[in-house]
Design a protein around this ligand. Structure first.
Ligand SMILES: [Zn+2]
Ligand SMILES: [Zn+2]
Length: 281
């Protein structure tokens, strides 16, 4: 599977000086299990770059799927600028959970209504179809997709992708260590992420920043490491970077995770996701 990060920032796009390395686009991740299949997760501003790349390299896949973790702005705001979805003959299968499937079209069309945007979702409608994501797993070719709900202010999904024994788990916008009474525990998430080859996790804050941000639905870099440890994952990728953090700050967050992992003698490779980076899994 080929994994590409097109947008790795949380909350709001944050380009600018000192952010050239990790980038400023909001969430969009692409997985290509094989050359004919494409899975796009979220449509933050990074999806605009993905669309441009697909046109430039003539890499529109035969079979394309679009999954949404949830519908906060930073996960949908790029969709109106995703050019391949306007081109006749292309097809993107938008996958939603049963309860939300009917609502899915309405939710993503709301941001393209007057006076928010000059072109409505109808302009894309021949290129979009809406399919169901099943609670006990959905097969796309020989890739299996499972999901669970995270700890976040609105219903948010985390996804696990498995192909030929290789596992990528994507868990952003999740407060792993929430103190809320009805919150899902860390162990629950660890079970879902078990044995991930690549574990992409919300690590928006440092441990010091977290106390003032309980209930916001995000985690620290150290929470992410604890999840990687409990789930016996091999590669930990820090994700959903805070708009206030520049490259230097994110580098420090990575270094802190690496030294904590070394101290505990954990065999986990840790790094932070950056816009435009591709990884062969
Ligand atoms: Zn977010
Ligand atoms: Zn969110």
């Amino acid at each position: 599977m080929k994994l590409t990060f097109w947008g790795t920032r949380g909350s709001i796009p944050s380009p600018g000086k000192g952010r050239e390395y990790y980038g400023g686009n909001t969430t969009c991740v692409e997985i290509r299990p094989d050359s004919g299949t494409q899975i796009i997760i979220d449509a933050g501003t990074g999806i605009r770059e993905l669309g441009n790349d697909m046109l430039k390299n003539k890499s529109v896949a035969q079979d394309s799927y679009l999954l949404f973790t949830h519908f906060h702005w930073d996960h949908i705001q790029g969709l109106p600028f995703f050019v391949p979805a306007y081109i006749s003959g292309n097809n993107f299968k938008v996958m939603g959970v049963e309860k939300d499937r009917e609502k899915l079209k309405e939710i993503i069309s709301n941001q393209m209504k007057v006076p928010y945007f000059p072109v409505t979702l109808d302009t894309m409608q021949n290129q979009l179809s809406f399919l169901e994501l099943f609670p006990d797993g959905t097969e796309i070719g020989d890739t299996r997709i499972n999901y669970i709900k995270t700890n976040h202010p609105q219903d948010t999904l985390a996804f696990r992708f498995e192909k030929n024994g290789r596992i990528i788990t994507f868990m952003t916008d999740c407060e792993l260590n929430s103190g809320a009474k009805d919150a899902r525990p860390l162990e629950f998430f660890a079970e879902f992420c078990k044995d991930s080859d690549f574990l992409i996790v919300d690590a928006q804050f440092t441990q010091d920043e977290l106390p003032n941000r309980f209930g916001w639905g995000h985690s620290s870099n150290m929470d992410a490491l604890r999840l990687a440890e409990l789930s016996c994952s091999k590669n930990l990728i820090l994700f959903h970077h805070d708009p206030a953090h520049n490259d230097e700050f994110i580098d420090r967050m990575v270094r802190d995770v690496i030294s904590a992992a070394n101290e505990k003698k954990l065999d986990i490779n840790c790094f932070a996701a950056r816009d435009y980076e591709s990884i062969s899994t």
